[in-house]
Write a protein that binds this ligand. Structure first.
Ligand code: NAP
Ligand code: GDD
Length: 351
């Protein structure tokens, strides 16, 4: 019998890759989409056929994870074997502007879904994946970070995700729900939202490469992240739900790079070498050949509390899930810049 999966956040970066992966594996896939004044189906165009949706293996349900009765109805209707809970207000800086909303979506939604699983009697039949995050490590207490590194969240986003993390552990221990936290480090792709730093950099570099006189304005150039390629990370999510026993896993590349290195790699992908001058808010990145200023620091992008360094140790995932990251940092940046370059060359508006 083909399995059925429910994905919240299916219209996001990870949701779209996960839907494709599960359809390839023969799953029947149900996704939750938010109602909005403008359609937001760009990332799932390849799998969603609005005309024949009743017969398709991929179906969409209107829903919002802040609405408990709605979530319960969707679970009731699609009778999933596996629930992948990816929906979130996922932008760390935005969470400082919308802390309560972020808590409602990112913390309480996990509790709502776990409770909906109990309410339909699914404790023993429905497996649950929580999109947990390396942001939990925040002001890191050790490096590299593993499943046993103490948490120290540094944003309303991370605090909300911490509540969700412990809800998963609690429902596993209290009610025997097969529930896993995937503690995923940053993962990026050509489908990444334009306000996250990797895609912001790749899109502006591609525009400059195509003749724009734009300057790339960034915040903290010293922040370091463990950046991997998103399609590989959704495979790890699936692997977590296929084991005999549920557990929590760090998913990471085991390499870390600064935002400054990201900028250098992105410009290098279009043949531009960057020379840095100045320090702090006065630091600029210039084209080594022409002297044109291409990068400036704008303190507006600073966060009230920053996560300075993330570096994951994915040994447990390697051992127990047989998962390893494959795409290296420079390759990831090249994929993203080339994708934006191609889109601009075809006259597309970047989204
Ligand atoms: P994303 O691109 O921002 O996607 C977020 C998804 O959640 C979108 O489909 C969005 O719908 C949906 N959503 C937001 N609020 C909702 C609500 N109230 N009700 C229903 N749906 C809602 O995020 P992503 O990068 O794919 O990340 C997926 C998950 O992994 C998130 O939980 C994120 O916090 C977590 N995570 C991400 C990373 C990473 O590096 N990407 C690392 C660790 C953890 P719309 O399309 O309508 O906006
Ligand atoms: N977004 C953004 N924009 N970040 C910038 C900028 C800028 O102009 N300039 C510097 N940065 C720095 C941020 O301060 C941060 O240290 C780093 O670049 C990465 O920022 P984001 O790409 O916004 O990602 P994030 O690390 O804050 O959060 C992402 O990864 C988490 C996992 O660690 C999100 O996907 C979260 O949802 C996810 O949990």
């Amino acid at each position: 019998m083909a399995k059925t999966a429910l994905i919240t956040g299916v219209t996001g970066q990870d949701g779209s890759f996960l839907a494709e992966l599960l359809l390839e594996k023969g799953y029947s896939v149900h996704g939750v989409r938010r109602s909005s004044s403008l359609q937001n189906l760009d990332r799932i165009r390849g799998v969603f056929d609005p005309v024949h949706s009743e017969r398709s293996s991929f179906r969409l349900h209107y829903g919002d994870v802040t609405d408990a009765s709605n979530m319960r109805r969707v679970i009731d209707e699609c009778e999933p074997d596996e629930v992948y809970h990816l929906a979130a207000q996922s932008h760390v800086k935005v969470s400082f502007d919308e802390p309560e909303y972020t808590a409602n979506v990112d913390a309480l939604s996990t509790l709502r879904l776990l409770d909906a699983i109990r309410a339909v009697g699914g404790e023993k039949s429905i497996r649950f994946y929580q999109a947990s995050t390396s942001e939990l490590f925040g002001k890191v207490q050790e490096t590299p970070q593993t499943e046993t590194t103490p948490f120290y969240p540094r944003s309303p986003y991370a605090v909300a995700k911490l509540y969700a993390y412990w809800s998963v552990v609690n429902y596993r221990e209290a009610y025997g729900v097969y529930a896993c936290n995937g503690i995923l480090f940053n993962h990026e792709s050509e489908r990444r939202g334009l306000t996250f730093v990797t895609r912001k950099v790749s899109s502006v570099v591609a525009k400059i490469n195509n003749g724009s006189d734009e300057t790339l304005h960034l915040g903290n150039l010293d922040a370091k992240r463990d950046w991997g390629y998103a399609p590989e990370y959704v495979d790890a999510m699936w692997r977590m739900l296929q084991r005999d026993e549920p557990s929590d896993y760090v998913i990471a590349t085991g390499e870390t790079h600064s935002v400054r290195e990201l900028v250098e790699a992105a410009f290098a992908a279009v043949g531009i070498e960057i020379a840095w001058e100045g320090a702090g808010v006065d630091e600029v990145g210039k084209c080594k050949k022409t002297g044109r200023t291409l990068v400036k620091v704008d303190p507006w992008y600073y966060r009230p509390t920053e996560v300075d360094l993330l570096l994951g140790d994915p040994s447990k995932a390697q051992r127990e899930l047989g998962w390893t990251s494959k795409t290296k940092f420079e390759e990831l940046v090249r994929i993203m810049v080339e994708s934006d370059n191609r889109a601009i060359a075809q006259g597309q508006v970047l989204r």
